[in-house]
Design a protein around this ligand. Structure first.
Ligand code: ZN
Length: 519
């Protein structure tokens, strides 16, 4: 077989794998939205079977021998260079996925999946009962599995997990976990970026604490859920979400899932006394969906039709949610539509609405945090999970340290563990290394925005007028078109000519909030 035929065979494995994965995603979406409670147990079995088949399809001997054959082609540049650029990128991504999957023994994968199920169920109970001790043994198990996984991938020394060279890679176990979400970025680089964030954000937060808060009382009136849902449908149309290619439903936690190139689902949740929660979740998830909808036709149906990384995906959702959604031009544009749906807002001015939406009020809960303090919630988790994985911090000490750091960063006393260390689902699922993506997403987003504003200086005017066509086209031609053909650092360099920095995000935040609070 020549190299094109070998690659074509790999494409067909990739396609089958994706079909299986998306069938599983459809079952998962159904579980989060419409599944009656008694269907949960059998659904877990169905998902386990389907995911097992998908894993097998990817790691079967055939994939390995095709990659090995293509490996020898790549050592013979003439054969390799005959492949298109697209196929070379495809090979790189397939190789990475195969290597990650095949290094984990099947028994380990299923033992981890089972333990995760138990751990998540224990976390739900523990959070409800404010009982950290009941969750502790599961947390320890999740840490052990995460460490083991990174070891299988060749990271860390197996003892301290610190900056060892014993694992062959010279990177820590925690670096191995970060690599799942943000390829190419280790803890040292992230620590440097976060140190800059911590210093300038805590300083700004302290300055704002001495200022009067804007009036937010009109945001806590009752907003009927049906009206909120109707408004959000209008809002999606306004932004440009193609409802022929996706839909909005409700779930306990908002998310986006891709069931096919033309089937991207988003969800939100509604609270009658909180208009903003459902609304900004819809804008955030629409940002994720636009990225997924914007991959070019040549990537369709291949593993290249994916975000460059978790943080790049977050950069797109946070760009829409915060940079656009919480901006003065956007809010003044949608305000008449809001008053039309919610007559109780009619006495409020568009400017007061903008100020209320951007009120800075440190919160114990990450998902309720304002745009300014949000990144500090992430830094707190990053610091702790790094120490949990290295073994420096014993998990039983978590609640106390969580309280200390909450006081230090936000000046707040957390009274319960339910509102403290138990608030997030991530660690209960073993997803250590995931949290940094949220804050890194802010950094990517603002750095990309710098280039966007250079290319479209009249952006604010277009946003105020509700004209998103040129913005969407720019994002499609600059960011979405690459799928995951480039690593995140390469993509950012291609767009901005620079590596990731904290400056553009911090300048944006300081500029916006100094104006709002008259600093
Ligand atoms: Zn998101």
């Amino acid at each position: 077989m020549n190299s094109d035929e070998l690659v074509e065979k790999l494409h067909s494995i990739d396609r089958e794998y994706r079909h299986l994965e998306r069938a599983a995603a459809a079952l998962q979406w159904d579980q989060e939205t419409y599944l009656p409670p008694r269907g949960v147990a059998e659904r877990a079995e169905q998902l386990a079977v389907l995911e097992g088949i998908a894993h097998e399809r990817l790691t079967a001997g055939e994939t390995g021998s095709l990659l090995a054959a293509l490996g020898s082609v790549s050592e013979n540049p003439r054969g390799y260079e005959s492949l298109s650029a697209l196929n070379r990128d495809f090979l790189r991504v397939m190789r990475r996925r195969f290597d990650k999957a095949v290094k984990l023994p099947v028994e380990f994968v299923s033992a981890a999946a089972r333990a995760e199920g138990l751990s998540q169920a224990a976390w739900v109970q523990a959070r409800r009962n404010n009982d950290f001790a009941a969750f502790l043994p599961h947390l320890q198990t999740m840490i052990d599995f995460a460490r083991k996984k990174a070891e299988y991938w060749g990271f860390g020394s197996g003892n301290s997990g610190g900056d060892s060279d014993g694992g062959g890679s010279g990177q820590s176990l925690y670096d191995g976990l970060l690599d799942i979400y943000e390829p190419g970025m280790g803890a040292v680089e992230i620590s440097a970026l976060f140190a800059a964030l911590r210093e300038r954000l805590t300083k700004l937060l302290k300055q704002i604490a001495s200022r009067a808060l804007p009036d937010t009382s009109f945001l806590t009136q009752t907003f009927a859920v049906e009206q909120q849902a109707a408004f959000n449908q209008r809002l999606m149309d306004y932004i440009g979400f193609d409802r022929e290619r996706g839909r909005l439903d409700t779930s306990a936690h908002p998310f986006t899932t891709t069931l096919g190139s033309d089937d991207i689902r988003i969800t939100t949740r509604y609270f009658p006394a909180n208009l903003l929660s459902g609304l900004f979740s819809v804008i955030h998830e629409t940002g994720h969906a636009l990225y997924e909808m914007g991959f070019p036709p040549e990537l369709r149906g291949s593993c290249l039709a994916d975000g460059a990384s978790m943080a790049l995906h977050e950069s797109q959702s946070r760009f829409w949610e915060n940079v656009i959604g919480r901006s003065r031009p956007f809010l003044s544009g949608i305000f008449p539509m809001l008053c039309d749906c919610f007559p109780q807002l009619a006495p409020v001015s568009a400017d007061s609405f903008y100020r209320a939406v951007n009120a800075v009020r440190p919160s114990l809960i990450r998902v309720d945090a304002d745009e300014l303090s949000y990144s500090l919630h992430i830094i707190l988790r990053f610091e702790l999970e790094q120490q949990l994985i290295s073994g420096e911090l014993a998990p039983e000490k978590l609640p106390a340290i969580w309280r200390e750091k909450t006081k230090e960063y936000f000046g707040l006393e957390s009274e319960t563990d339910a509102d403290g260390v138990l608030q997030d689902i991530h660690w209960s699922m073993g997803s250590f290394g995931y949290f940094p993506s949220y804050a890194l997403g802010n950094l990517y987003g603002l750095q990309i925005t710098g280039k966007l504003k250079e290319d479209i200086p009249e952006l604010d005017g277009l946003v105020a007028a509700g004209q998103f066509e040129r913005l969407y086209t720019w994002l499609r031609d600059t960011v979405y078109c690459w799928g995951c053909r480039l690593e995140p650092a390469e993509l950012l360099y291609k767009i901005t000519g620079e590596k990731l920095q904290a400056g553009p995000f911090l300048n944006y935040i300081e500029g916006k909030y100094s104006e709002l609070y008259g600093l």
